[in-house]
Ligand binder design. Structure first.
Ligand SMILES: [Zn+2]
Length: 352
């Protein structure tokens, strides 16, 4: 009863206040979230088993176990976690999504909950709001040619720039890096996202909801005469048509698409009903991105330690993005995409 009463009283409290309550379970959750942020984890995975509950972090692409929540406390742990992360605590048998912002941590957490055989499994995606790298930090100096291409295409008045890559390949970070690059003092930049991940100063960001569908927002947004439109993802014929139509009517469109490499983007667009002529006219640049582990100095050639050092985890200090790309000029010349040759980085022990 005490818990239920407290839950009801605290519904009006902010996420930060809830996370800073001085009860043992909430303190434990607070430590889990803070440590994940400090380790730069991309997600926290909470998996309920028959006996207990396992907490793992995904850091540099790999999961690592950080805690076991004992059986006697696991239900309370899950309930408190659901409350803090704004899931519906009274529902235990449905899929749920949630979003919560911790202002003091500059952290947005997007949660997903699935009931499993032994309880609820939760994955929390961490979005660091204070750290948004610039394009020059994202694209390695070894890919200077691509940097020039991107900056050049971002100056165009119309056309489409597409980014592809697997889930978790850092596409969003690159797109936000591009948005940061635009001269927002003299250009109107809008984004239609599902959901909005990061806030970018100077960009009018709109989130797709049940009430505000993609098409509705776009119709409204076009009346505001934007110069640049970021569309979260081209996922179907409707979004493909809208992206290329907008590009055709004098807007620069930036978006992401699901494709394995730059060459497969054009056939994919054709499959979504965009004719080859339109692609030739409007598609300015296609980039495909993947992440590679960056090796710590202690692991690089000549380094002795294999266990890692204070600066790294088992010799890995983070990840770097590598791009393959195809420009409009190359598409028109019938060339294949330019695959980034990472041999040099590997031979120098820079990437794994
Ligand atoms: Zn190290």
């Amino acid at each position: 009863m005490e818990t239920i009463r407290r839950l009801k009283v605290q519904q009006g409290f902010s996420a930060d206040e809830k996370l800073n309550e001085k009860t043992p379970v909430v303190e434990q959750i607070n430590v889990i979230i803070n440590n994940a942020k400090n380790l730069n984890a991309s997600d926290i995975h909470i998996e309920t088993t028959r006996e207990n509950c396992i907490v793992r972090y995904r850091v540099n692409g790999d999961l690592r176990k950080v805690q076991t929540i004992q059986k006697f406390i696991k239900n309370q742990f899950i309930t408190e976690l659901k409350r803090i992360c704004k899931f519906n605590i009274s529902s235990i048998d449905t899929l749920q999504d949630s979003s919560v912002e911790f202002k003091t941590l500059q952290l947005t957490i997007r949660g997903s909950l699935i009931p499993s055989l032994y309880g609820e499994n939760i994955v929390l995606r961490l979005i660091n709001q204070e750290h948004q790298p610039c394009l020059s930090d994202i694209i390695r100096k070894e890919q200077e040619d691509l940097s020039k291409q991107v900056l050049n295409k971002l100056k165009r008045k119309s056309g489409v720039i597409l980014l592809s890559g697997a889930t978790g390949s850092g596409k969003s970070t690159t797109v936000y890096g591009m948005l940061k690059e635009l001269d927002k003092k003299i250009k109107k930049v809008v984004s239609i996202e599902n959901p909005v991940e990061k806030r970018v100063a100077g960009v009018s960001q709109f989130e797709v909801t049940k009430k505000m569908e993609f098409k509705t927002i776009l119709k409204g947004v076009l009346r505001h005469d934007p110069d640049i439109i970021f569309i979260g993802e081209i996922r179907d014929e409707v979004s493909a048509e809208i992206a290329f139509q907008s590009a055709n009517t004098g807007h620069l469109v930036i978006s992401t698409i699901h494709a394995n490499n730059p060459s497969s983007v054009v056939p994919r667009l054709k499959g979504l009903g965009i004719s080859e002529d339109i692609v030739d006219d409007s598609l300015l640049l296609v980039m495909s991105q993947r992440l590679e582990k960056l090796l710590c100095a202690c692991k690089q050639i000549g380094g002795q330690s294999s266990e890692g050092c204070k600066k790294c985890h088992e010799g890995v200090i983070g990840r770097t993005a590598l791009f393959d790309y195809l420009t409009q000029e190359q598409i028109l010349a019938g060339e294949r995409y330019k695959k980034f040759d990472d041999t040099e980085l590997r031979s120098k022990g820079i990437i794994l």
